[in-house]
Ligand binder design. Structure first.
Ligand SMILES: Nc1ncnc2c1ncn2[C@@H]1O[C@H](COP(=O)(O)OP(=O)(O)O)[C@@H](O)[C@H]1O
Ligand SMILES: [Mg+2]
Length: 362
């Protein structure tokens, strides 16, 4: 696929703080690309350098193969949607969306057609004559989106645009945004600290950690095969368990390494080869099986239930593994009929070798 946006060894320093630390990535044209990471990791700075509101100290940024060095924001084929929508309160929805085209002095008929299409796209055609204060939060966000898309940017930049909406609306807008992106085929670069949001919408996710990209891959790849301990921890719920490394070299036939916990050896998939015998495995809460299901698993041990936390569709068990004495959390489905396993009981615990990831000590 043709790259729409390309970062080559880009760094940005504020005072003594390196906000973006030598990152390189490519965003394929027409894709939904997310920058995901905790607050302060450099997401907005990366987006602002793409739009031209911020300039890199090192490295180069290309949009459609054109070097953006020294290119002003308004000359770039990008447009930005913010969390704070900044709609003009005295203007109608139609005029808010038309604003950019009016400034560009497009003929009236062309403006009408394009605004009409944009409002249709975001499902706001019946609201064209309303003022922003007559709209809900979700509707205002749609106006902001229409206003950005009506200019037909090659690349739409979105900085936590759903942050101000409540959870239900946010989930609804996630699906809407994905639909709209598919329909217009515009390249979206989406900034969020919300992993659920990134997993739901993205073709590709770049997980940022302290100014760097720890992993760039599809949502499923990032969830199933986290490349670093940070990614394993940040996305989904994972246990991080200390292990002894018996054999770090992946077995030629199975691709698995061998580790042990409390003297019990078992195979694991490898994310990073540990430098010495100390390592960590990450295993997601919901990948651990209990009771009868555990007895069908290639890796088996036992664990004592210390606590059960009811969460509606699932139950979280805090358990102590035997013989290692290591504490884990297990997320088991709740069927609405059976009672949670009683506190203090000893149950079988098991998992598939491929679901754990081995990491080094740092
Ligand atoms: N204009 C600025 N001046 C000084 N420091 C900044 C500026 N913009 C961002 N930073 C710092 O750079 C780091 C990354 O910021 P930002 O890109 O906004 O992170 P994110 O969007 O991931 O929360 C933070 O530590 C932030 O305080
Ligand atoms: Mg930010």
């Amino acid at each position: 696929m043709t790259p729409d946006v390309e970062f080559k060894n880009v760094s940005k320093v504020f005072g003594s703080h390196t906000a973006v630390d030598n990152i390189s990535f490519t965003v394929p044209a027409g894709s939904f690309f997310s920058l995901l990471g905790p607050s302060g990791c450099g997401k907005s700075t990366t987006l602002r350098m793409t739009s031209g509101f911020e300039f890199p100290d090192r490295g180069e940024i290309f949009i459609s193969s054109e070097n953006m060095a020294g290119v002003a924001p308004y000359r770039r084929p990008t447009n930005m949607v913010f969390q704070r929508w900044a709609l003009f309160p005295h203007m109608t929805v139609f005029d808010n969306v038309a604003f950019g085209l009016t400034v560009d002095r497009l003929p009236r008929a062309a403006i009408r057609t394009r605004v009409g299409q944009a409002l249709e796209l975001v499902g706001l055609s019946p609201f064209a004559d309303r003022k922003p204060r007559q709209l809900s939060g979700g509707q205002m966000q749609r106006v902001a989106l229409a206003r950005a898309l009506v200019k037909r940017p090659k690349v739409l930049l979105l900085d936590e645009p759903l942050g101000a909406l409540d959870l239900k609306l946010r989930m609804q807008m996630q699906l809407e945004l994905k639909r709209i992106q598919r329909e217009v085929g515009t390249t979206f670069i989406y900034v969020t600290h919300d992993q659920g949001e990134a997993l739901t919408m993205s073709d590709q996710i770049a997980v940022m950690n302290n100014g760097r990209i720890d992993q760039l891959a599809s949502p499923q790849e990032i969830y199933d095969h986290p490349a670093t301990r940070f990614v394993a921890n940040f996305i989904g719920n994972a246990n991080l368990l200390p292990v002894e490394v018996e054999s770090a070299a992946a077995d030629a036939a199975t691709g698995l390494a061998t580790v042990s916990m409390g003297g019990l050896a078992f195979p694991t998939s490898v994310a990073q080869k540990p430098a010495d015998r100390r390592g960590w495995i990450a295993i997601r809460y919901e990948r651990i099986r209990l009771g009868e299901a555990a007895r069908a698993m290639p890796i088996q041990m036992q664990g004592r239930i210390r606590d059960a936390i009811f969460a509606g569709s699932t139950v979280h068990y805090l358990m102590i593994l035997e013989p290692s004495g290591i504490e884990i959390t297990v997320e088991a489905g709740h069927d609405g009929i059976s009672r949670p396993l009683p506190q203090g009981s000893l149950v079988d615990v098991g998992w598939e070798p491929g679901v754990t990831r081995l990491f080094g000590d740092v």
